[in-house]
Design a binder for this molecule. Sequence first.
Ligand code: NDP
Length: 449
Amino acid sequence: MGNLSAKLQDIYDEVLTRNPGETEFHQAVNEVLESLGPVVAKHPEYADSAVIRRLCEPERQIIFRVPWVDDAGTVQINRGFRVEFNSALGPYKGGLRFHPSVYLGIIKFLGFEQIFKNSLTGMPIGGGKGGSDFDPKGRSDGEVMRFCQAFMTELYRHIGEYTDVPAGDIGVGGREIGYLFGQYKRITNRYESGVLTGKGLTWGGSQVRTEATGYGTVFFTQEALRARDSSFDGKRVVVSGSGNVATYAIEKVHELGGTVVACSDSSGFVVDDKGIDLELLKEVKQVRRARLADYVELRGNGSSHAEDGRLWEVPCDIALPCATQNELDEADAHTLARNGCVVVAEGANMPCTPEAARALTEAGVIFAPGKAANAGGVATSALEMQQNASRDSWTFEHTEERLAEIMRGIHDRCLETAEEYGSPGSYVAGANIAGFTRVADAMLSLGVI
Ligand code: NDP
């Protein structure tokens, strides 16, 4: 891990001791602390009032049993989590992840990141995250519904429009949010639209929420390119993943004149030099819920599928990692730089290892961290909350324009803050510091709570 001042090192050591074995959480904390040296030097009150130490300790961590019955009649037991990390700026806000790799350390890393991301949007939302080690792959619709109902049967008592507002993440999309909302409504006997975001358009959802994280990542990248007198036009782009974030990142890149030549899932990756056929990709991944290999079979135009090898070896101008944490390592970073990649923007949360992020920056590749680049999802969730609160619904065009404006604001705030604290051009420093100072100031105002 990188260099920290003595004060910050003490805080980090305490995090290691208090949270043994939670490596992803350690990584996320370290990455933020690395940026805070100049902030603590300029504002000792943050360290003196233990704001940073308090920020590293979740306000509340809930772990619960999720018992449910599968199609064969067998009782299954999963573990559910909700980490309510920080509510200085508003109700806890952050998605739910259903994936077999989920354990407390993953939820804490995501929740910690979420505090700074949400702060950076400038909107009134705190940070939280949740999920389960439930694996939706291969499960029938009925099984997914029964699992979601069992999960909400415990979660409902901890959430609410003014308390904690979950949304989707890996393994949790519109279908799951529907089942979760249905069970919340049934238990509480309240049509409390603002309790979840990512809802369907006919029952309280917002236009553009489905597309928002992917679109937002591309809008942020567009701003970074524009600041250097460049654009997506004619660029070759590689996107990892083929889920929610990846799909709509691909859509927006194509709209802006770039060509996405490769994407992936957990079983391998596809290279399609003519450009990924988005309708086909949606058919394979969203409708059939199948493997990416089927794309090649159906496409039949010279595209190829690889089960082994590294996606990041496919030459590109722009790389958008949109699948999962730590999927792009130092060797990948060197490969990308060597092949002429000029921008890496994180659609996923923490997809680049710390070594990769450092290698990219040293090689002169523009690096946009997820906290800034993928904040469009949660920002549009906050827009969904606004619409629910005012019983209104906006058009697609209006909501997309709001999203684009928010991403421009985040981009500019990152650059201005990086400049102010002596790291001109660093989106990492800018995102961490701008996210931190807003939430830290709110915590100072609220006293020691
Ligand atoms: P989805 O479940 O829709 O898609 C995830 C994609 O990543 C799938 O293609 C999946 O492959 C692949 N993937 C997941 N885990 C792994 C793994 N361990 N190894 C290789 N591939 C993997 O999730 P989202 O698109 O919603 O989320 C993707 C990332 O974006 C996550 O990091 C999430 O935290 C982040 N994010 C999401 C937001 C949102 O609004 N949804 C908001 C901000 C960030 P397969 O299909 O084979 O499972």
